[in-house]
Design a binder for this molecule. Structure first.
Ligand code: ATP
Length: 258
């Protein structure tokens, strides 16, 4: 469902994502983890077709980003960590807009169920600017879920959510995956995503430190390790034996060579 090969992203002179490759199938939930600035959001934004990759190839649902970007975008929903809502629209109007844009069948049933799940029924007529941080996040998730995308890219979706909201969100991710969606969820809240993910992608300074299933993670690092243990092992791993320079060094070297 998601195929990424050799993805690179250079912002001006900064190599933010360096040669990342991975594949995800329907039903898989991939935790995208790594320290601040690792490149997680950049990977998601490239995959969502919001920013162009500098190199590499990507496809979603078989649609290549270079030749079929519009179809690729139709396959997925991207929920950024600070959802851009429309100031002038209410909660209900956001959902109606999404419903019309994506020609959602059984709109009322789906919208009502989402509003109940994410505890937004009381806020139906509230304007976006009057919503709390967590409510904005919940509304963005509802908008994403409404059209049943095949791929969900959730960037730090638990930020601002209360404990019931976090529980609902994680359960909804499980339900969506069970129904066949492919989910990528970036988070720093490792214990919270640990019970949900089937796969992990660990990044540091633009580079891929680990990609694989939960079982592969366990056998790679230690059979009893937690995600947090594996995370620290992966990001602390000394790559110098591969003589792999840091991304910034690589950009500078490229410039010197040029
Ligand atoms: N628009 C931009 N222009 C220049 N550099 C950028 C831009 N966006 C991100 N970067 C840089 O790219 C690198 C990766 O950023 P990114 O936001 O993808 O990291 P992240 O893993 O999502 O971080 P966090 O966990 O803090 O959200 C960082 O060094 C960041 O400063």
């Amino acid at each position: 469902m998601i195929h990424v090969e050799g993805l690179r992203k250079i912002y001006n002179r900064h190599l933010a994502v360096d040669d990342i490759s991975f594949d995800l199938e329907p039903g898989q939930i991939c935790g995208l983890v790594g320290p601040n600035g690792a490149g997680k959001t950049t990977v998601m934004r490239c995959l969502a077709g919001l920013i162009p990759a500098s190199d590499g190839s990507m496809s979603v649902g078989g649609f290549d980003s270079r030749t079929n970007l519009i179809e690729l975008k139709r396959q997925l929903a991207y929920v950024p960590d600070d959802p851009p809502l429309f100031d002038d629209l209410s909660v209900a109007q956001h959902l109606e807009l999404m419903g019309r844009l994506y020609k959602v069948s059984q709109f009322n049933r789906k919208a009502n169920r989402l509003l109940e799940t994410f505890d937004l029924v009381d806020k139906l007529d509230a304007g976006a600017t009057t919503l709390s941080r967590g409510m904005r996040q919940k509304l963005a998730v509802c908008c994403a879920y409404l059209f049943d995308p095949k791929v969900l890219l959730l960037d730090e979706p638990m930020t601002g959510l209360d404990p019931p909201g976090i529980r609902e969100l994680l359960q909804s991710v499980r339900d969506r995956a069970e129904a066949g969606a492919t989910v990528m969820i970036s988070s720093h809240l490792l214990p919270m995503i640990e019970g949900v993910c089937t796969h992990y992608l660990v990044m540091k300074r633009g580079q891929l430190r680990f990609f694989g299933s939960v079982n592969q993670l366990r056998s790679h690092y230690a059979s009893t390790c937690t995600l947090e243990d594996a995370y620290f092992a992966a990001i602390d791993e000394n790559l110098s034996s591969n003589a792999s320079p840091s991304p910034t060094d690589q950009v500078l070297e490229m410039e010197v060579v040029a």
